[in-house]
Design a protein around this ligand. Structure first.
Ligand code: GUN
Length: 283
């Protein structure tokens, strides 16, 4: 079997067209949706992600403010900036790119964002509400993965799902969204004993570890859906995920590529969350 490739770039194009329509409708009513993106420091990967987020706003009719600060910015100054953005009526979504420099407490910063502007869905109010099934915003990467399942009509109710990774950004919220959809979910991590024993019985595998070639063909049940959230570089410096794509695509039923899979969906769902925030603010 050769897996069907879930094309995140194509699905993003369709979803971004809807975003652009909603943005235009809001703008016509005098409410231009606005996103503030905050980057502290000069992490090279973060710079690329943030640039892509700002460009996606521009391309789809959203207003964006890009605040770049040196790594030495104090926590107090960052909190003051967030306070100003919370009060700014032109700004409907606030995204503070992670990771932050070690002298800044990321939890404190995230909790300072107004929950109704927390388009990352990381605030404890939204993370807690995700547990009860009613968050204002779903975290962008797992939300994008859910859209991929929906677009291919991959059944989640009753499915055995294995999430590899337990981060607040991907692993934990991904597991909650799968639970909400009726899947039987196992969350694995780098210390899991016999990872392959878990993945081999999975109908759905979501890999989010940052370890190249972690998931190989022998670990995948024939016909399973394999979602690759990894963003790594191979020996030639080319972008690759956590999944041995060439091997696994010969076994899986569905697979996402890197690049062109989950990556564009993360940014797309950020736009969707920002539009929702702006629509709620507009009433
Ligand atoms: N760093 C890696 N992924 C993300 C994300 O989705 N949002 C934020 N704010 N930082 C990140």
């Amino acid at each position: 079997m050769t897996a069907r490739i879930i094309d995140g770039t194509l699905l993003s194009k369709q979803l971004r067209a809807e975003v652009a329509q909603r943005a235009a409708a809001l703008a016509a009513r005098g409410h231009r949706p606005g996103l503030a993106v905050v980057l502290v420091g000069d992490n090279a990967a973060s710079q690329v992600y943030v640039r892509n987020k700002v460009k996606a706003c521009e391309d789809n009719g959203l207003h964006s403010v890009y605040d770049r600060y040196p790594a030495e910015l104090s926590e107090a100054d960052l909190l003051a900036r967030i306070d100003a953005l919370n009060r700014d009526p032109q700004i409907h979504g606030i995204l503070v790119q992670l990771p932050l420099p070690p002298h800044i407490d990321a939890h404190k910063v995230i909790e300072a964002i107004a929950p109704e502007k927390d388009v990352d869905g990381f605030h404890i109010a939204n993370a807690g509400a995700l547990m009860t099934g009613k968050p204002l915003f779903r975290p962008c990467t797992p939300y994008g993965v859910v859209k991929m399942f929906e677009s291919e009509r991959i059944p989640l109710a009753g499915a055995n799902a294995v999430v590899i990774g337990r981060s607040n950004i991907v692993g934990k919220p991904m597991a909650m969204l799968l639970v909400e959809a009726g899947a039987t979910v196992t969350i694995c991590n780098s210390k899991t004993r016999d990872l392959a024993a878990h993945t081999r019985s999975a109908d759905i595998i979501v890999a989010a570890t940052g370890k190249r070639n972690l998931v190989t063909a022998d670990m995948v049940k024939p016909g399973a859906t394999v979602i690759d959230v990894g963003m790594n570089r191979d020996d030639e410096g080319k972008l690759c995920g956590d999944v041995d794509f060439a091997g696994v695509r010969e076994v899986a039923g569905y697979i996402t590529p890197v690049p062109g899979g989950v990556g564009p969906m993360t940014i797309t769902m950020l736009l969707v969350n920002t539009i929702e925030a702006a629509e709620r603010a507009a009433g």
